[in-house]
Each structure stands twice: as C-alpha cells, then as structure tokens.
Design a protein around this ligand. Structure first.
Ligand code: ZN
Ligand code: FE
Length: 254
C-alpha cells in the first residue's frame, strides 16, 4: 500500500511524501524546497530513500540537493533532462518501470510543458504524479514543447484507468475552474465541483487528489471534443487539437 502525504511548499506548490507500507521505503515527489519537506520527514519517517522529479523546473527540484545530502537519497528523474536536475542518479525513459519497495511505478514521458517532463503512475495504488502537465481542472503552460506534444501527453493520461487519482504540482484548481466555467457554462457537475473546491480552500485544505473520472467530466482540457464546448468557442468543425490549442491560448490570457 502506498501512503501519500501532501506537503504544501512555496506559494502554491505541492510535494508528495510517499511510503510503501510493506517495505518501509520512503520517497518524495517534486520537493520544491528543503525545509517544508524536511519538517514532514522528521515528523513521520526520519528517512528518505528516493527523490522523484517530474521535470527540471526549480519549483519541483529545489529541495533535491539538501535532502539528498541529509538523507543520502537517490534521485530518480527523466532521461530526457539535460543537466538541469540537481543531483540526478537514476534516469528513466518512457515506459520504464521504477521499483519503489514492492510497488511498480510506470514512467510515462509526457512532454509539452517541458521536453523532459515525465509522470509516475502506480497501478496498485491507482495514483499518478502529473507535475505540471495535468492539473485539477487545467493543464500546464506549453513552454518548451509544442501544442501537439502537450495534447498527446494529456491523451496518454486520459487513457489510464478511470479511478486513477491525480496528484499534481500546484494548487491552481479554483482559478482553473473559473476558466472552465467561462466556456463550459452549462456543466452542472463543474458548478458543483467549484462549490466543493471553495469549501475545501476555505478550510485551508488541498483540492488534491482528484479522480480522472471526475476530471473527464469537468476539466475542459480533457473535453476538447465536447459539442457544447466546441459550439461555445464557435469551433464546430475544428479538430480536438485545434480546440485544445485555442483553449490553452485563451487560458494564457485569462
Ligand atoms: Zn513547471
Ligand atoms: Fe511548477
């Protein structure tokens, strides 16, 4: 069993402390900073076997070196990263497995936000760590890759089992939801979800994780072939990729 602890970092980042309960192996996904993560490790496990990075951005790797030094951890990252991952030890490419205790993490290369971006999917735990590729009710900005790449990466995640829980890199959910609602106006499920999100945030609780199932019905970036959305965008005859590109551009200015 995979135990997952959400750690709030920096202004709106999430790092995830993970433990395989059977073997007592401990890891952290995307340590944004040393301090917040270290406090949680000291409190719970007092050790850290692995550091997993989804991509090279500093708000996902900032804690790498400090944690590695203190706990003698091994850093697992993308083989598509150049030299940007501080302290990289184990490099993984698309479809590789990473053994985390008794659990198998499948590495998926999902470029777009950055070219090196990967995700870690654990079928046994029904969990995926999506970094800055897929957020709740949104997706990451396209920085290094193309819209085609980002779209294909999101399609890959869409094909996972529907009960997969998504653990993403940032608390952007409410603002993302407002954007979805500006176009997907008749979506009752989305309206209800935004209500729930507001309640959670009021209590200072994370809106993460979310199930893929739920996102498929509410996240506009997963709904590029929805007829109502296409009509609202006046893109009735456009392809899914064209709709996705339009939505990403609109979101950039939202
Ligand atoms: Zn990023
Ligand atoms: Fe980020």
């Amino acid at each position: 069993m995979l135990e997952i602890t959400i750690i709030k970092c920096l202004s709106d980042n999430y790092s995830y402390l993970i433990k395989d309960k059977k073997t007592n192996i401990v890891g952290v996904v995307d340590p944004s900073e040393f301090k917040a993560v270290d406090i949680e490790i000291e409190k719970k496990y007092k050790k850290l076997d692995f550091i997993l990075n989804t991509h090279h951005h500093n708000d996902h790797t900032g804690g790498n070196l400090g944690l590695k030094k203190k706990y003698n951890s091994k850093i697992v990252c993308s083989s598509y990263s150049q030299k940007q991952i501080p302290g990289a030890d184990i490099k993984k490419k698309d479809d590789d497995l990473f053994k985390f205790g008794n659990l198998n993490f499948k590495v998926m290369h999902i470029p777009g936000h950055t070219l090196d971006h990967i995700s870690f999917f654990c079928d046994e735990a029904k969990a995926i760590f999506t970094g800055d590729t897929l957020f709740s009710l949104g997706c990451g900005r396209v920085f290094e890759g193309t819209y085609e790449q980002m779209f294909a990466s999101i399609e890959k995640i869409k094909n996972l089992p529907k009960d997969t829980l998504i653990y993403c890199g940032h608390e952007y959910t409410l603002n993302n939801g407002k954007f979805c609602l500006s176009i997907d106006r008749e979506n009752n499920k989305l309206l209800k979800k935004i209500d729930k999100i507001k309640k959670k945030l009021k209590k200072n609780s994370p809106t993460i994780p979310v199930s893929l199932d739920d996102e498929l019905e509410t996240n506009i970036f997963l709904r590029c072939d929805n007829e109502k959305i296409k009509r609202n965008l006046k893109m009735n005859n456009s392809s899914k990729l064209e709709v996705f590109t339009k939505l990403r551009n609109l979101k950039d200015q939202f």
